[in-house]
Design a protein around this ligand. Structure first.
Ligand code: AMP
Length: 196
């Protein structure tokens, strides 16, 4: 993997462990020479992550909608800032530029972005690994809901298992390196034609 797209909170969150995890992920990406692709902002965990990668000598690409960039939310010292016209364009470009996706703790924006890349994996639009950094159990209930979806027949077991989970950035990246989401035939599964 040459580049990873990270979704994370535009707020720092309550626990210091969230900011520490963003810094640790940033240092790990720089050490492993994996470029960071992210939303381009200088706020919250997003800013902490990008600043850490830059300080450690890594490469960061920010992809930000014009409206946010104009409100001077963009991180000023980014070496590669792509300004796009809409949130849809932003997500498409971030996905295109990346070999995998990670979500750190975050709010609605983070969840929406991560679920969209999972949806695309489920439909076979990409086969890039998707990992959750579950810091201090932040995503336990989210993962529990995925199990509920699978148990109730709305999510295939195969798609459920494509979500890689760890609390350590290096271990998560190593697992992502070894994994590719399967080519799932969602339509066949939905029609009950697959055993998963
Ligand atoms: P949230 O998890 O709700 O804080 O939203 C974080 C995600 O939404 C990020 O991954 C960004 O793509 C986007 N986002 C939210 N707020 C901002 C902001 N102030 N500047 C840039 N992107 C943002």
């Amino acid at each position: 993997m040459n580049s990873i797209c990270v979704f994370c909170g535009s707020s720092p969150g309550v626990l210091p462990a969230y900011a520490e995890a963003a810094s640790k992920l940033g240092r790990t990406l720089a050490d492993m020479e994996i470029d960071l692709v992210y939303g381009g902002a200088g706020v919250g965990l997003m800013g902490i992550l990008a600043e850490t990668v830059l300080a450690a000598g890594g490469h960061v690409t920010g992809v930000i909608p014009r409206a946010l960039a104009e409100r001077e939310i963009a991180l000023p010292r980014l070496d590669d800032l792509r300004v796009v016209e809409s949130m849809h364009e932003r997500k498409a470009l971030m996905a295109e530029l990346s070999d995998g996706f990670i979500a750190l703790p975050g709010g609605i924006g983070t969840i929406e972005e991560f679920v969209e890349v999972l949806t695309w994996a489920q439909l076979g639009i990409h086969r890039k690994p998707c990992g959750l950094l579950n810091i201090c159990g932040y995503y336990d209930q989210f993962l529990g809901f995925f199990d509920h979806m699978a148990g109730q027949g709305f999510l295939s077991r195969e798609s459920r298992e494509t979500v890689l989970v760890d609390d350590d950035p290096e271990l998560l990246l190593m697992r992502m390196n070894l994994s590719r989401p399967p080519a799932v035939d969602k339509a066949a599964w939905a029609l009950g034609m697959s055993g998963t």
